[in-house]
Design a protein. Structure first.
Lengths: 255, 249, 283
């Protein structure tokens, strides 16, 4: 068993941590390239779903349902082959060749489509939970719809949705593990799963390589939790402790 | 305690169930026509399947085919999920370090570049090109060693995916075995064409075994020699590749 | 049957329609349709195990024995911090090596064990076929989503009205009896919405079966859609993969719709029982 189980700090373990550092950056890139686009899109979707217009609401509902109801794995396969079929590889936005089908572009693209559906559902739930009394107060002092949204709906929605959205970011980060199961690898641009699999195929040491990859995911997930916790504290800084508890939106830990 | 006994019995049943399977399990990819592919009836078929069945019949062993993805082909052989592999795999020194090859059933087959016939690709001074190959193949290793400078090398899970990307224009050039590319280029209706010179990489194609399976390899080598000697091999080659690859040597 | 139907179509509809009918009912397509069984087995098997692991994890976290609590906490935290696909890939590989190590201890000689080659001898070779992989896929899915289920169950146990537990205590039930007969039995209604969510996650994770060399719907879709230029391998066609993936996309959405209906029905039933029980208790 000694050759299978890594004796804890041994050089092979440290070596793996070094080798897998660069691949980890790819996973981080995929997640963090998706958030700046996925979050605003999710806000738009949530507002659309909450819209009083039947058609707008229905479009958002169908979109959210479809992307939450099917595996990301299939979505990746489908979008990649769909884009090939529509000859998007010949498309040169702003004269830049070969960008559309590049994994570093299409990876975040599909992740944005996917995560925005999940995040929209979270934000929609928070939107519905915005305290009624505050809305009525805003109406009473004569705020118009835009003012009400800016000073009542938006801050409440973000504060209520934050714990669940943090959870969604973790899921998004974990979802980056399957990007390269479906897309071609260009040169040495490999992510954690790719590289760990490659190392495994050399010496069949499952325990070592996959544990180190798992460790990277775990540590980065904890870091995301930590930072999100700090932001959470800041979002609720005006609340007295007892008040804060009563207003907490129940985090589900689920996608 | 009863629960523990049940789980032990379950494990034993699993092990014995798999022990009852055929004498020899042969792995193939099933996605590399004409070598190995899935036919319309959903079964594995191809040159290697016919050859493998003939080898088993002459060696007097019962064989069963297992379909396995290309990139985990060697790891799963070493892990013992099958005894033998026939998947258009060329003999290389690197692979010899982990597995053992039997006698070659086809001679070294030079690899070819294919590109869209409308594209103007100069392989002699290749630069700024997107060149594709199936990952973990001799072609992928060749590209990495010789053409990585100034070009982008894309590696795909399967050869079919690489062909789809070539046809769609996502890669400029595809490097693969000539025997695989010929039906593709001929069947593309003029949209694809061979470009540049052929490159000789790797050895011939041979079945792979675990290092300790010398006995099985010897048995199979004997029946392959028999198949070669009585002309069955060249008949199979002509049937699938339209020429006897050995005759060109 | 299929031939007769094909003939009927070619006579009454058109030869073209019959050609497509033949194409969609050839062995390769039939194998694709039949491979849904792997997805369903993995989903149901995985779900059953996830509930078991979930109960075990939640009970461990409530245990009076501290190491059990740490174990339960470690399990639920670890698994949720690691991508599901990594565990689904890792577990079968690790389990196989573990079993082979046990087999080697019995089957191989000391010299073979010391040789450093893996596996040391033929007796320690565990052959994995689709059946074994499928069972291991169920266990992996159970392990991963059991951790999520454990969280749901843990929360649901808290939701059981404390007054009921106190009443049970007053009646003289032991701690263990209160836990098993009241807390666990009552928590299902509170756990159902969460468990339905876990089921949806698990269902979507069944798309990973092809990574374990199981010829599931994803693998067949890829093989069917891949461009074919070799006449002996069937109909010649360009890259048709996106059409097949679109079918899978819709298949999973349909499964989600059906699951939602099922869980709505279940919740209705469970809450009906609840009211009845409460009514009896007050009467």
């Amino acid at each position: 068993m000694s050759e299978i189980l890594p004796s804890f700090p041994n050089s092979a373990f440290v070596q793996d941590i070094v080798i897998l550092a660069k691949p980890a950056l790819f996973n981080i890139y995929f997640a963090f390239a998706s958030i700046p686009f996925g979050f605003p899109f999710a806000v738009v979707l949530a507002l659309m779903k909450n819209s009083s217009s039947g058609l707008v609401s229905r479009i958002a509902r169908v979109y959210i349902y479809a992307f939450r109801g099917s595996p990301l794995f299939i979505q990746f396969f489908m979008f990649y082959s769909l884009m090939l079929a529509f000859n998007l590889s010949h498309w040169k936005p702003m004269g830049i060749d070969h960008i559309v089908m590049h994994p570093l572009f299409i990876g975040p693209l599909v992740l944005v489509l996917n995560t925005s559906a999940y995040a929209a559902e979270i934000l929609y739930g928070a939107l519905r939970a915005v305290p009624h009394l505050e809305l009525e107060a805003a109406k009473a002092i004569g705020m118009n719809r835009l003012q009400t949204f800016r000073s009542v709906v938006w801050p409440n929605m973000i504060r209520l949705a934050w714990p669940a959205y943090t959870n969604e970011v973790i899921f998004l980060f974990h979802a980056t593990a399957i990007v390269y199961f479906t897309l071609p690898v260009i040169n040495d641009e490999k992510d954690l799963m790719n590289k760990a699999g490659e190392l495994f195929e050399k010496d069949y040491n499952v325990f070592l390589h996959f544990s180190v990859a798992a460790l990277y995911f775990l540590v980065i997930s904890l870091m995301i939790f930590f930072v999100a916790g700090l932001i959470q504290k800041r979002l609720n800084r005006h609340k007295v402790p007892t008040d804060r508890q009563s207003l907490s939106y129940k985090p589900t830990f689920l996608r | 305690m009863r629960k523990i006994q049940i789980s032990v019995a379950l494990a034993a049943a699993l092990v014995s169930a798999s022990a009852m399977a055929a004498d020899v399990r042969i792995a193939t990819e099933g996605a590399y026509a004409p070598w190995n592919f899935m036919d319309d009836s959903g079964n594995v078929a191809g040159f290697e399947i016919d050859l493998g069945n003939e080898m088993c019949a002459r060696a007097g062993v019962e064989c069963e085919w297992v379909v396995n993805e290309w990139d985990s082909m060697i790891p799963n052989l070493v892990a013992g999920n099958y005894d033998m592999l026939m998947a258009g795999m060329s003999v290389t020194d690197e692979r010899k370090e982990t597995i053992m090859f039997g006698d070659e059933y086809t001679p070294p087959d030079p690899s070819s570049f294919a590109a869209a016939s409308s594209a103007d690709v100069d392989m002699a001074n290749a630069s700024g090109l997107k060149i594709g190959a199936q990952g973990a193949t001799i072609q992928a290793a060749y590209l990495e060693a010789n053409l990585a400078d100034g070009n982008d090398i894309l590696s795909y899970e399967s050869a079919d995916q690489a062909v789809a990307d070539l046809v769609a224009g996502n890669i400029d050039v595809l490097l693969a075995d000539t025997s695989f590319l010929e039906p593709v280029v001929n069947g593309s209706g003029g949209t694809l064409a061979f470009v540049g010179d052929k490159v000789a990489i790797g050895g011939g194609v041979a079945p792979g075994y675990r290092q300790d399976e010398g006995e099985l390899a010897a048995k199979m080598n004997a029946s392959l020699a028999d198949i070669k000697a009585d002309g069955t091999l060249s008949k199979l080659l002509i049937e699938y590749f339209e020429k006897d690859l050995w005759a060109e040597q | 049957m299929l031939e007769a139907l094909s003939l009927w179509i070619s006579n009454h509809v058109s030869a073209d329609a019959a050609m497509w009918f033949d194409y969609f009912t050839n062995g390769k397509h039939l194998a694709w349709y039949a491979s849904v069984r792997f997805t369903l087995i993995a989903a149901f098997g995985g779900a059953a195990l996830a509930v078991l692991f979930g109960l075990a994890g939640a009970s461990a976290r409530r245990s009076g024995f501290a190491p059990f609590r740490w174990l339960g906490w470690g399990y639920t935290t670890m698994v949720r911090g690691i991508p599901d696909v990594l565990i689904i890939l890792f577990f079968p590989l690790a389990f196989e090596q573990g079993v082979e190590w046990l087999m080697a201890q019995q089957a191989c000689s000391a010299a073979e064990l010391a040789s450093g080659v893996w596996p040391p001898c033929d007796g320690a070779q565990w052959y994995l076929s689709t059946t074994e992989y499928l069972i291991m896929a169920c266990v992996s899915l159970g392990l991963v989503y059991g951790a999520f289920a454990a969280n749901v169950v843990y929360g649901a146990m808290d939701a059981v009205p404390a007054s009921q537990l106190e009443a049970a205590k007053a009646y003289g039930f032991t701690k263990r009896q209160i836990f098993m007969r009241f807390q666990v039995r009552q928590m299902w209604i509170y756990a159902l919405p969460g468990l339905s969510n876990v089921w949806m996650l698990l269902l979507k994770a069944t798309a990973f079966l092809s990574l374990l060399q199981i010829a599931d719907i994803v693998l067949w879709a890829e093989r069917l859609g891949a461009p074919n230029y070799f006449a002996r391998a069937g109909m010649l066609h360009p890259d048709w993969r996106w059409r097949y993936y679109l079918v899978l996309f819709l298949f999973y959405i349909l499964m989600t719709v059906l699951s939602e209906y099922f869980f709505k029905f279940l919740e209705k039933r469970a809450s009906r029982g609840m009211r009845l029980n409460q009514g009896e208790a007050t009467a």
